[in-house]
Design a protein around this ligand. Sequence first.
Ligand code: ZN
Ligand code: ZN
Ligand code: ZN
Ligand code: ZN
Length: 463
Amino acid sequence: MTADLLAPPWRAPATAPLQIATVPGKGRAFVARTDLAAGEIVQRCRAYGAIVDSQSLRRVCAHCFALPASPDAACRPLPVACRADCGVAFYCSAACEAGAWPRHRLIDCALARRFFPDAATRPAVPLLPDGRLPPWQADHPGPRNDRDWDAYTVDMIRLVMDLLVCQLKENSGAMVDGGQGRSGHGNGGHENGALDPPEQPRFCDVWNLCANTDNFSAARRHQFAEIAAALAPLVVAMYADAPWSIERAALVQLRAPEAVAHAATRSEVTADDRAAAWAAGIQQLILREECNSFGLYTFHLKGPTAPRQGYAVAVYPHAVFYNHLCRPNVGHLPIPQGPTAETATAAGPPDMVFYTTMPLAAGEEACIAYMEPMSDHRQRRALLKDVFLFECRCSVCEQSDCAAQADTADVTAPRPDFRRDLCPVTACQGRLVPCGLIQLHSKAAAVSPSRLVCEACGTRLSL
Ligand SMILES: [Zn+2]
Ligand SMILES: [Zn+2]
Ligand SMILES: [Zn+2]
Ligand SMILES: [Zn+2]
């Protein structure tokens, strides 16, 4: 159990289309192993920890992450609530509620009772008098709490706690939910195609991610420390039934104070010491989550003519080596894990699939966009700085800078290449993605991979 605690960084399988290399000035990055054509699937990653976000809780199943079929369906609240009526977990079926309960009980439910006691009676998204939900909005306030945590912070906390439950499960095998459910069954992924079920990530992969502590303001780091201190007693309680060896392993992995981590038995350390050790570790975990999590987006909540709609947040530890490029050469899309042999629904959060949007030469860096295409480079860079905490110096921005300095071009005018991957249907805001991605779990006959389909409205195009 403890043999892999301080594991070396994850490496891409030797046959994968991308490999991890060190790019001067950027650190670790994905680069093409060989020449790649446009529209190739280059990676499929499994989540380690994922939550449905606060504003989508009553519309997206917290266990299988099934989405409503349409915006109209998104106004019908999910039929099954958590058996403890905590107000922060809803499911598409009784089977999903039962499947989620062993781990939900440990975290989201405990969190809700401690920090969001009113969530059931005063939900963030209340029902209308006719029993339906209002149309989905991006700015619901999130579960009410007495800490002034906004919806973003609440979801950050829920995801960090989910990472810890995943670790508890990883360390204890069947302890949390009988070995079924959320972990999936990775097959190692080494000799497989990019669309085969991916390798199961491990907690050490999360822990090895960068934390970029210095990028955060002092105020934000202070908030992280406060949150970690508030969560620590909950985590100590969560580990109360686990063997001490498991908690100690977790603390060692979190590089918590040695005196605690190396104690032979729980009774050798006080509850306060354990809470302090956990607080230190949770703070580090928050930093990693903040630097590396992915938002999951869909068009099922408001339809194809509204901007992409976020519904979940997840950590994909094997997908963190994509740097940002304002005109990316790799796109990404969440796809369902697919039903397992035992269950009709997916066993957990979607996988993230990455595909090339233009040809890459061997050795060329593979980059995604951290944000929607935006042609105004000043606005774009301000947003990247604000949300992603870095100054973009990508080739697109440098060109815009030169043009702006030379005053030879209107840099705010829409640039056609920013629309290149977008759906041509009027008002549709979807992107064109390889057909094979959308069809992955449908029974439709496979079509030529050289065709593209709009992720939002389903319009098909030839490449
Ligand atoms: Zn479900
Ligand atoms: Zn609950
Ligand atoms: Zn840029
Ligand atoms: Zn479209």
